[in-house]
Design a protein around this ligand. Structure first.
Ligand code: G1P
Length: 927
């Protein structure tokens, strides 16, 4: 393994030498008040509050090496020499490949980033610590320390220089110049502040409410002496950010203006520059001096200045840094200790990623240069998975609110508002329906109920979403009026509310009948793979038909538990929903009839429902769901199991827009003459959900693993690819086939699906196979010279093995969940704690120990495994378990596996009442 990244403590802090020698690196700095920054090793990157308020110019990944408009900090020596403490000057850049380049070292932890740069020749070292205070508004702090590492005393003039973009991201190529005319700039004693008069963006022309600024303080609290508040003033004619005239020629700057004074004419309508020079300072040998540079935005100049002022007080910026570190460490409350420290530290970052996605959404890091900060439906639910583990108290209301986004045709609102539970009507006449969307809410809800035992959630009454879209995006309800609210109404005009169970049933039953000509659920706009988006008419997703089938089984099981634990025997559902629960199951066999039934249901519920509810015995409902699940699974088994002449077998997961099976072996046009063998077309997603849902038999799982190892596994790029090379721009499937092979949704190692593959394998007891997936992903992430990413899991690895779209990915939530609940086997059993380890021998340390700390049922727990002989998974059993030092025996300790008659087996359940301490230590002896 490459030692590029070195962990230096147990809190994920890592070190990387000469990080600027890797391209595309960026590091997130943010807070929960919505400050979203990112920094590169040269202090590039950007900073923003939202799409319409970018403090620094927005950057996409290519701008990371293109732009020089960074957070610079210049030093002008009294003898005229010039040096950039952040390494961004023409001279330093020219040295990059000379072998004479300055040495740098990056040290970073959650929400802080420190670069140390040593210029031996000049006898100076800089340390630039960047962070976003956890409890501030939208503020970024840069603490720059200069140290004389030579033997002679010298004098330098420090000059901070950060261009302030101060407007909407839209204006980067839409009236960039005109929007600078809106700028009104003021120089205050501590910095430069810009308050545009208006904003020009997609919302139209509006009065602006935001002030942006940069301020500076020396360590004794003294403030800058000269200011260069516009780009023109700082760069001078012909200057650039690598060679600004103000620095090189020592041009005269401005002085701060009177407090009351308005906006000086000559500063109006200019590109703003947060540039200012501090008093010249003398540094003796070994002496250091620190400057604090603050970048921020707020709804008024006064508010921003007040907030910044605090950080100018001596020692305050440092104290806030410590608070910020402490805060984020506390948030990251799932800690692993295995035989591989690097794995544990890597997981520390993976656990952190869902928090980042909560703040950034799916936008606002350089690779994520799309979207406007919102989240998709799928991501909304999956991000709850991680929250459930880390911060379960907040999840219940979130689940309840999110269900209000479900439409009565089983589709859902796709425009998600700022506030929790706020969904916005889709005004497009043609809307997109993702057929997988119904799958995720159940998975999250089920996990929640298993963790907490809170079955009453299923009874919670929630409205249904209503806008003009009906018939799963096929029709437009002209009669719908926005002013009646985004809720489904009854025919009497009342808001219709129903249980969460009914919401889940609506999502699943509508899908069951929404089938294509092969009897599999229609693909519609796409499934999980957003880029399978060109098979709307005839496409079918077998992969997600299997996922739904798994959910039907899960729902049936949940209902059985519900009845057993609550004693309730009936539940009330809308009378219309009974249409989708017919007694005559002959309809299952006939795709045409299924569709006809579904459209009758749509007709009956498109504008409103009757509001009449009828009871159904839970047992009957459960049986019906099981029958549907079995029908779907059987249908897939009979129809979709495919193979190659080499004797490989797996499941076909799709039908294209010509109604043709997608996977298998297929000649590409014109290929037959030139090549001996037809290329194999295999997709990972199809395997993941047939395995996870229990559609694939155990024997088939073995076959699938063999085929995946043969066709999809690629060690150089991190393991299991999303698909083989189809050698075709398959326009009857989706834009993914337009992407070069090995990139993103076309055959990259796409971490989210790879992790779900691991999860499915673990769930089915294929532990070594699952571990292989996780180990290869981990190996690739930490193989820095190839992956070139900081610790954590990226969205995917490209064809060369580079990690792409780092940080903001659903892969993190799933990985965290897989490691905790499958590998460590710590999970809920309807509120009680289940322990069922699936660690392999090499995951234990030399003494045979492995440990996890996390929360459960409002308490902290530490589960310690001891496998002193380091036996392999399968060879060990749970021999003994102690809870807080007391051996658990008898009634307190039941095994889950019916085959086990005593407490010594694969799993144990600990009643939550046994977790009496603040930190509960559970020692589990394996032997
Ligand atoms: C992204 C999207 C996710 C989608 C996936 C595949 O994955 O966020 O919703 O299913 O692409 O198209 P992520 O970056 O979350 O791993």
């Amino acid at each position: 393994m490459d030692m590029g990244i070195e962990f230096i403590d147990k809190q994920g802090t890592f070190c990387l030498k000469n990080a600027e020698r890797s391209s595309y690196l960026y590091f997130p700095l943010a807070n929960e008040q919505g400050m979203k920054s990112c920094v590169t090793p040269l202090l590039g990157g950007d900073a923003k509050g939202d799409q319409n308020s970018f403090l620094l110019q927005p950057v996409s990944s290519e701008e990371l090496h293109n732009n020089r408009s960074t957070r610079n900090f210049w030093c002008r020596f009294s003898d005229g020499r010039v040096w950039s403490a952040t390494g961004v000057s023409a001279a330093q850049e020219a040295e990059r490949f000379s072998g004479q380049e300055e040495k740098t070292e990056l040290l970073a932890g959650m929400m802080w980033h420190k670069i140390t740069r040593t210029a031996e020749k000049l006898g100076i070292r800089s340390e630039v610590m960047s962070y976003v205070p956890y409890d501030a508004g939208k503020l970024e702090v840069m603490m720059v320390t200069l140290e004389n590492i030579g033997t002679e005393e010298y004098a330098i003039t420090p000059i901070a220089a950060v261009p302030l973009y101060a407007r909407s991201a839209d204006n980067i190529r839409d009236h960039r110049h005109v929007t600078s005319l809106l700028h009104r700039i003021r120089v205050r004693e501590e910095g430069v502040f810009v308050t545009p008069t208006l904003t020009f963006d997609e919302r139209g022309h509006q009065e602006n409410k935001m002030t942006y600024g940069a301020a500076g303080y020396a360590q004794d609290g003294s403030m800058p002496q000269q200011f260069y508040p516009t780009v023109e003033m700082f760069l001078g004619e012909g200057g650039t950010y690598l060679a600004p005239e103000a620095v090189y020629r020592q041009t005269e700057g401005r002085k701060p203006q009177e407090e009351a004074a308005g906006y000086p004419d000559e500063l109006c309508g200019c590109e703003a520059m947060g540039a200012f020079a501090f008093d010249r300072c003398t540094l003796g040998a070994g002496e250091k001096r620190t400057y604090v540079v603050l970048l921020g935005m707020a709804s008024s100049e006064e508010e921003l200045r007040n907030e910044m002022k605090e950080y100018g007080l001596p020692g305050r910026a440092q104290a806030k840094l410590e608070d910020t570190r402490r805060y984020w460490r506390k948030q990251n409350n799932v800690l692993y200790t295995t035989g591989n420290d690097s794995f544990d530290q890597w997981m520390y970052w993976v656990d952190f990623q869902p928090m980042l996605r909560r703040i950034y959404g799916c936008s606002f890091l350089p690779h994520h240069d799309y979207g406007k900060g919102g989240k998709g439906w799928r991501d909304l639910w999956q991000d709850c998975l991680a929250l459930l583990v880390m911060n379960p108290e907040t999840v219940r209301p979130m689940l309840v609110d999110n269900f209000a986004g479900v439409r009565y045709d089983g589709s859902n609102a796709t425009i998600i508002g700022e506030k929790q539970g706020e969904f916005i009507a889709d005004r497009n006449h043609i809307t997109r329906v993702w057929m997988d969307h119904g799958v995720w809410p159940f998975l999250t809800t089920e996990l929640y109920i298993r963790q907490t035992g809170d079955l009453s959630l299923l009874r919670e009454q929630v409205p249904f979403f209503k806008d003009a879209q009906s018939f799963r995006g096929e029709r437009y309800d002209e009669n719908w009026e926005q002013n009646r609210g985004n809720w489904l109404l009854t025919k009497h005009g009342d808001r219709y509310e129903a249980s969460i169970l009914e919401h889940l049933l609506v999502q699943h039953l509508t899908s069951f009948y929404d089938v294509g000509e092969h009897g599999q659920i229609r693909l519609r706009g796409a499934d999980w793979n957003d880029a399978i988006d060109m098979a709307k008419e005839r496409g079918e997703s077998v992969a997600f038909t299997a996922a739904y089938a798994g959910n039907f089984t899960g729902l049936a099981e949940l209902l059985a538990v519900y009845q057993r634990k609550t004693g309730q025997t009936e539940c009330a559902l809308s009378e219309e929903l009974f249409m989708l629960l017919p007694d005559d199951t002959a309809v299952y066999e006939d795709a045409e009839k299924k569709r006809a039934l579904l459209y009758r249901f749509f007709e009956a519920t498109a504008c409103c429902v009757s509001g009449v509810k009828k009871n159904i015995p839970i047992e009957r409902l459960e049986q019906k769901l099981r029958a549907m699940a079995e029908w779907m699974k059987r249908h897939i088994r009979e129809q979709e199991w495919i193979g190659t002449p080499e004797g490989m077998h797996w499941y076909n997961g799709y039908y294209d827009n010509h109604g043709r099976r997608v996977e298998g072996m297929k000649w590409t046009q014109g290929q037959r003459k030139t090549q001996g063998k037809a290329p194999v077309r295999m997709m990972l997603t199809s395997q993941v959900f047939t395995i996870m849902s229990g559609t694939a038999t155990d024997a088939q799982v073995r076959e699938i693993v063999r085929a995946a190892d043969r066709y999809l596994y690629d060690e150089k790029t991190g393991g299991y690819r999303l698909n083989t090379n189809f050698h075709e721009v398959k326009l009857d499937m989706g834009r993914m086939f337009g992407f070069a092979y090995g990139h993103k949704e076309n055959g990259a190692v796409f971490c989210h699906m790879a992790v779900m593959y691991a999860n499915a394998l673990y769930q089915r007891g294929f532990v070594q196979e699952g571990y292989r997936v996780i180990r290869s992903l981990f190996g690739q992430c930490m193989n820095f010279s190839v992956s070139r990413i900081y610790p954590g899991i990226p969205e995917y690895f490209n064809a060369k093995g580079r990690g792409m779209y780092h940080y903001l990915t659903g892969a993190a939530s799933w990985l965290m969940l897989t490691v905790l609940s499958e590998i460590f086997g710590v999970k809920g059993a309807y509120g009680d704690l289940m322990i069922a380890p699936k660690l392999v021998a090499e995951q234990f340390d030399a003494a045979g120990c492995a440990r996890v700390n996390c929360g459960f049922a409002g308490k902290n727990i530490e589960v310690r495994y001891c496998n002193s002989k380091r036996k392999e998974y399968g060879a060990y059993e749970i021999r003994e378990a102690l809870i807080n030092g007391v051996k658990t025996v008898g009634a307190d300790c039941e095994t889950v596996d019916a085959a086990q008659t005593d407490s010594l087996g694969k799993s144990i359940i600990i009643p939550k009442e046994r977790l009496t301490e603040t930190v509960n230590v559970i020692e589990v002896c394996l032997g």
